[in-house]
Design a protein around this ligand. Structure first.
Ligand SMILES: Cc1cc2nc3c(=O)[nH]c(=O)nc-3n(C[C@H](O)[C@H](O)[C@H](O)COP(=O)(O)OP(=O)(O)OC[C@H]3O[C@@H](n4cnc5c(N)ncnc54)[C@H](O)[C@@H]3O)c2cc1C
Length: 326
């Protein structure tokens, strides 16, 4: 764990639907206020899934009320149930949250910022846009959604950014042209992006093709839904007789650790690569859901990030875990 976490109780103060699929919550911490944190930070939330506590993260949405956390939660239909747990909350409910942290590590000293949000990825991006506006920097914000009705906080964003808010609505045939967008940026620009996996991968490719410094593309994933269905699959451990079944509602990392094959991990979102293990054989197909490996490494299928990535069928791996050495 990278940060010392402090957990506090909050009261759900207000709840409001900002789109049919996105619900806004204002949470009042018992501690009396929101600790200082960089724009783009998120909090951990203890949420109940079928009565069992689980942890989910939610980015802090821009607010001018320093005494409440403002978050927005998209109801994820094909999920383990964390967002459903959040949606079941009512005003007055008590909920435990961790102190805010940011993994985006943004360089705030630049003059030019290109912000890109896909769907619910608008939550940290809106906070970053507001922070830049407060320092008199005019970022451009590209906001990609399936349809206009899916766009959260449009009024606030328009008031904040005017014509620097550029909507890309796929059911109106408007898709963001990442190559052209990045080509047109001044040399000192950095891009900050939060959105679905396909968008992040496309952005990473376009950014690299534009010859820009990789570190000038900052991104955050919300945990990946991958390119294939989330289904049960099998994992065989090299040089053992062990075959594990990874259920639909568990990660491969959790399944390995639960079976005693210890794999160290950090971000658990497929960003840091700490949990990567060797793939020895694939009997089916791997769905690489990380943003750590390059496209070529994913095609090579020699490593997998078990925190997020999955398979269809079976794979054989070597975790390098040797019980006799433990
Ligand atoms: C830093 C950060 C900030 C975030 N900010 C926000 C925010 O502002 N708003 C917001 O709505 N969400 C945010 N999220 C996502 C949020 O934490 C939850 O992941 C989200 O609410 C979905 O939770 P869930 O339990 O309903 O779905 P999950 O079970 O977590 O499922 C999410 C997706 O993963 C896939 N999936 C399902 N089961 C598995 C499995 N066993 N292994 C791997 N993948 C699986 C599903 O296809 C699904 O689409 C953020 C996440 C992070 C890490």
């Amino acid at each position: 764990m990278r940060f010392a976490e402090h957990w506090n109780w909050c009261t759900v103060e207000t709840i409001r639907d900002v789109t049919p699929q996105i619900r806004e919550f204002r949470l009042r911490p018992d501690s009396g206020g929101v600790p200082p944190c960089p724009a783009g930070s998120h909090i951990g939330v203890n949420v109940l899934i079928d009565g069992q506590p689980a942890r989910r993260s939610y980015s802090l949405v821009e607010t001018n009320d320093p005494s409440t956390y403002r978050i927005a939660v998209r109801l994820a239909p094909d999920s383990r149930g964390g967002s459903r747990g959040m949606w079941s909350l009512r005003a007055g409910a008590r909920i435990e949250t961790s102190n805010p942290t940011s993994l985006l590590d943004i360089d705030w000293t630049r003059q030019n910022y290109c912000l890109i949000a896909g769907g619910i990825g608008i939550t940290p991006i809106m906070a970053i846009a507001a922070a830049l506006r407060r320092t008199n920097i005019d970022p451009t914000l590209h906001y990609a959604v399936k349809s206009r009705g899916d766009a959260a906080f449009l009024d606030e964003l328009s008031a904040m950014l005017g014509d620097r808010l550029i909507m890309h609505t796929s059911d109106e045939g408007a898709r963001i042209d990442l190559d052209a967008t990045f080509r047109a940026l001044p040399d000192d620009a950095i891009a900050v992006i939060c959105g679905p996996m396909r968008m992040l991968e496309a952005a990473r490719r376009a950014w690299n093709d534009s010859g820009r410094a990789p570190a000038d593309l900052r991104y955050e994933t919300f945990g990946s839904s991958g390119l294939m269905p989330t289904a049960e699959f099998r994992v065989r451990l090299k040089d053992t007789d062990t075959e594990l079944v990874v259920p639909q509602n568990s990660s491969m990392l959790d399944a390995l650790n639960a079976a005693g094959f210890e794999v160290i991990s950090d971000c658990q979102r497929g960003e840091c690569g700490v949990c990567a293990v060797d793939v020895v054989a694939v009997d089916g197909e791997i769905d690489h859901r990380d943003v750590f490996f390059s496209d070529q490494q994913k095609r090579d299928n020699r490593k997998i990030c078990p925190c997020v990535s999955r398979a269809i069928g079976a794979i054989t791996i070597d975790t390098l875990y040797r019980p006799e050495a433990a």
